[in-house]
Design a protein around this ligand. Structure first.
Ligand SMILES: C[S@@+](CC[C@H](N)C(=O)[O-])C[C@H]1O[C@@H](n2cnc3c(N)ncnc32)[C@H](O)[C@@H]1O
Length: 326
């Protein structure tokens, strides 16, 4: 398989592990422009490498970072000297410098500081408080920016700068509802919204109304679309797949797991990709639903509906087990 490119920015929703699967499912599909209403770190777009793309996100810092590469305000050379210097400051201060950069970033939003924080924070997470301030603590490794890592990050920046320079990409900081209005029928849309009822932060909250608005907007656009979502974990199955997205086709990694996988992968979240066209490895959603109802699915149990308080306590339990809550 072709080597997967990993972007310089990290985030908990990053899809580097899924791009091979997504790419193989859209092999041979024709489109004029690639559109991502939720580009996040850009992991999918920078691996698909379309010629023309509209890449959007409600998080201004992500868009600002990629725009700075596009205008060449930031280059791999600038990244290398910045991270070397700030990495030395971090080491000398025994980690305290992380909080100086975080305060500075929360005042001026500098894209180089954003990159530094993304690579020095706890678990490569991206979270913002209600005022939009980055609030993830330090990863507690003062020697975070050893020379090999700085070189690796500047190479990642170099790779993306190159792709952007020979492609026609537009980066927009906007809500997905604006992006939906800009979709043409000849586009191929990859939608990777926050997973409903899971992580929530200032730039990354998501409701049932949002999920329905996304579904309606995609349908009305008449474009081909793919949606990344979760199928199930040990607690529950994502029943929105079989309500809001019931008309779609679905591709799961079911056949990658052997019988008894439910027991072996207790903390796993199984992913699904939905589409409104025939992907090479997809079945109708209604067929998947029947498989689950007949207990034939190795990944999921029957869909259960929980009240909101029960659902929220399950989410907390899941987050604790994923060590996302400290
Ligand atoms: C699951 S992540 C996307 C991850 C991306 N595919 C990747 O590989 O990095 C979801 C993204 O949606 C963005 N987002 C959340 N709410 C949004 C909204 N209302 N409109 C546009 N983007 C939104 C978040 O900022 C986040 O970057």
């Amino acid at each position: 398989m072709e080597k997967i490119f990993v972007p310089p920015i990290k985030s908990q929703g990053i899809k580097t592990k899924l791009v091979g699967w997504i790419n193989s499912n859209i092999n041979g599909i024709e489109y004029k422009r690639w559109v991502e209403p939720f580009m996040g770190t850009g992991a999918v777009a920078f691996n698909v490498r379309p010629k023309t793309a509209l890449l959007c996100d409600s998080n201004p810092h992500l868009i600002n970072f990629y725009k700075s590469l596009q205008t060449k305000e930031i280059s791999s050379g600038i990244v290398k000297s910045f991270l070397t210097e700030e990495g030395n400051n971090l080491l000398k201060s025994n980690g305290e410098h992380y909080y100086i950069v975080r305060d500075r970033f929360n005042k001026n939003g500098n894209p180089l500081d954003f990159l530094f924080l993304s690579r020095a924070c706890f678990n490569g997470m991206m979270r913002f408080n209600k005022n939009g301030g980055f609030n993830v603590p330090f990863c507690r490794k003062p020697n975070r920016f050893a020379q090999a890592l700085v070189t690796k990050i500047s190479n990642q920046v170099e790779y993306i700068s190159e792709i952007i320079s020979y492609s026609d990409y537009t980066f927009l900081n906007q809500d997905f509802k604006e992006t939906l209005k800009q979709i043409n029928p000849s586009d191929l849309v990859y939608a990777d919204p926050p997973y409903l009822g899971r992580h929530v932060d200032y730039f990354d909250s998501w409701s049932e109304e949002d999920e329905i608005a996304l579904n309606n907007g995609l349908k009305n656009s008449n474009a081909k679309y793919i949606l990344s979502t979760w199928l199930s974990n040990k607690y529950r199955t994502n029943n929105y797949i079989f309500s809001v997205w019931k008309d779609c086709r679905i591709s799961t990694k079911e056949h990658f797991y052997h019988v008894g996988a439910k027991e072996d992968n207790r903390n796993a979240v199984y992913e699904a990709i939905l589409s409104n066209f025939e992907m090479s490895d997809s079945i109708a959603n209604s067929t998947m639903k029947k498989r689950i109802e007949n207990n034939e699915s190795q990944l999921t149990t029957k869909v259960k509906t929980y009240s909101t308080p029960v659902q929220m306590s399950l989410v907390l339990e899941e987050e604790k087990s994923a060590k996302l809550l400290k």
